[in-house]
Design a protein around this ligand. Sequence first.
Ligand code: SF4
Length: 480
Amino acid sequence: MLIKEKCGLAAASSQKEANVLPLIVNMLRALQHRGQEAWGLAVPGKEPWRMLGLVSESLGKAAAICARSPSPYAIGHTRYSTVGRTVLENVQPMMVGREFAIAHNGTISNTEEIVSRLSSYYDVPTWASDTLIVGYRIHYLLSKFNGDWFKVFEELAPELNGAYCFIILTKAGEVYAARDERGFRPLCLGWHDETSSYVVASESCALSVIGAQLIRDVKPGEIIRIKRGIIETHMFAESERPAHCAFEYTYFANPSSTLDGVSVYEARKRLGYELARLYKIEADIVIPVPDSARPAALGFSQVSGIPLEEGLMKDRYSKKGGLRSFIEPALKDRLEINRWVLPVEQTVRGKRVVLIDDSIVRGTSSRTIIKALRKAGAKSISLLSTYPPIRYPCFAGIDFPTKEELVAHKIGSDVEDLAEINKRVAEEVGADFVGYNTLEGLAKGICKPLTDLCTSCHTGNYSCLKKTPQYTQRMKKGRW
Ligand code: SF4
């Protein structure tokens, strides 16, 4: 089974023994955009509760858990995504031994190596995900280092190839939050006054929703221990540069979040400025592909002077309409979501449209939306992408398909000239013009040096991982 992790994490630890479970449930609701398939909660000394579907679909169950099992320490997880069946045994947090529950955001790519280190001590099930395998390794190292978690992570870090943020809850109620030394995935620390709790979340939007204050980001290579509401911190690994995932800023994260000091909303708006500087287009209106491209379309409109209009509406009341198509594992589900992105005929009829999207991955959404806009009477459609061409798989936590499925790869992996890539992708998706952002434009928009970002899915350069993956596509990895 192929299991891919790119998820939302939440943790809380109260100094005054307040029940933090309701906080965790609300934080997970705010992180739903990071995982739509399943979610779970854990408190010390109990089997985690794990459910399929959205948090909002099980609110009654969640309320019952909060009332029945109050706890001052808890962690939670929203999950994305699997190929194959979504089954409860893969939902997190996962219990390891009877010692701790673990939840993970990221991808560990060298699981076979870790399993081989464990084989004399553990019978690792063949279905075990990367998270559970690392959980077993932590379990082993804890006994080796007499329960010293800081030493465990010092030993573990050089062994792991990939991206990770872990949150862990021990049976004694200690919360641990650890972020890999490159800081691929976001993780932040906050304070919730009402319950006197430290809270940890994948994104600051989860802190905002419960009225908590953002204190800071968890540093790359840092582990934080929260014991009865008291914090201790330790640097377990270092690297010469960070490699924050650029795709978090363009697509994945909530625009209200601040990641590593950068407002996602502002970054997206600046990406729109960059596109307007790169591509001078004669057009009547600029419209965003909802929802993640809205700030970029606004930025494009402000610099180009082309009026911004809402020309596409997501029907939030249909079963799939409110979901995000990219993170749905099945093609039929992605198509179903795109079918519920409806053109506003009165806005687009007879107009030359600049359509702004955050990225073009498989080309499925672009093709469907362009077709719908043409049917609604758009005179011409220029599609601009805030992310440069995605041509290689991600091995650090985002579920890009195999490279053969990526439209910018399919049009010819040997084509390096951006104008030619633009032209060929336009033909593939049925647009009059396609314009991708450049790497420089991406870094400028995010307001970070290019050297602080991971852009491997565009460049094919995996030097920010410890080892370049030997496989050319994710399916070849076997255990995942
Ligand atoms: S390869 Fe792309 S999607 Fe994956 S971490 Fe790097 S920038 Fe993000």
